[in-house]
Design a protein. Structure first.
Length: 267
């Protein structure tokens, strides 16, 4: 009969180790951290830079157009009320030498990278494959895929255990859209790249997140679908908060994939 006493030689009870989901709410949860965000003069990239800087993270923003980038940096300094440093470095992610030059500046100024957000990307107007020019094809792959590879390769020597890479892929990484062959190929290739480096970097303790936002209200829709209903789209700040969540997770946790879509579904 049961006696209520522990069995002889029974293993001692264990207590599970519980990690807090996020650091306590409060100011400057990313103080002392350094983030590099490509394609950050506007849209999602700018919103991510702002969200990280508000938490005290030093941010390096890049983009192709120096004038737009300068204006973005000035606006960030007005909107962010923290001690975060904001550095603007013009860079065309399609060019290996320019990418190397940008990360040389980061190394000299900060000596490390805690967060890399590969956000630079372009889209296209609906175009049949017969009308897709070689120039369009190359531009899509060079910006959306090769640029991600070049920036990741240059950043990794500055990244230590606990660092995070966020690759902005778009929902097109998994969902097929006709008449977007170049864009879809680039994004699906970037998804494969993300999966590969995620496994490769596990032993180094570097986290990799595939960010896949659906229709998000940015200027890119002027090219893709000028008459699209922007009111039902995701706001860039909502995407930025999702990125912030992934970055703030304890180093033992990696948010591998993040698919964020409008509640109305695909447009």
């Amino acid at each position: 009969m049961p006696t209520g006493k522990p069995a002889k030689n029974a293993p001692a009870p264990t207590t599970a180790k519980v990690f807090p989901l996020l650091p306590p709410t409060g100011p400057l949860r990313l103080s002392g951290k350094v983030a590099v965000i490509t394609g950050a003069s506007r849209g999602i990239g700018y919103a991510v830079a702002k969200a990280l800087a508000i938490e005290g993270c030093d941010v390096v923003i890049s983009g192709r157009e120096p004038a737009n980038l300068t204006r973005a940096a000035a606006q960030l300094r007005k909107e962010v009320h923290s001690s975060a440093k904001i550095l603007a470095v013009p860079c065309d992610v399609r060019a290996a030498q320019r990418v190397a030059g940008m990360f040389a500046v980061v190394k000299k100024r900060f000596g490390k990278i805690d967060v890399l957000v590969n956000n630079a990307g372009i889209s296209q107007a609906p175009t049949s494959i017969e009308q897709t020019t070689h120039e369009m094809w190359r531009d899509m792959l060079d910006t959306n895929l090769t640029g991600m590879y070049l920036c990741t390769r240059a950043a990794l020597p500055l990244m230590a255990r606990g660092s995070t890479i966020i690759n902005n892929l778009s929902a097109a990484a998994k969902q097929i859209f006709p008449n977007f062959a170049a864009y879809t190929s680039a994004k699906m290739g970037a998804y494969g790249f993300t999966l590969s480096i995620r496994n490769e970097l596990i032993p180094r303790g570097i986290r990799v997140t595939a960010l896949m936002p659906g229709a998000t209200s940015t200027d890119i829709w002027q090219t893709v679908m000028p008459n699209a209903d922007r009111d039902v789209m995701i706001d860039v700040n909502q995407v930025a908060q999702a990125v912030l969540y992934a970055v703030l997770l304890p180093r033992e946790a990696n948010l591998s994939e993040l698919l964020l879509t409008p509640t109305v579904g695909a447009l």
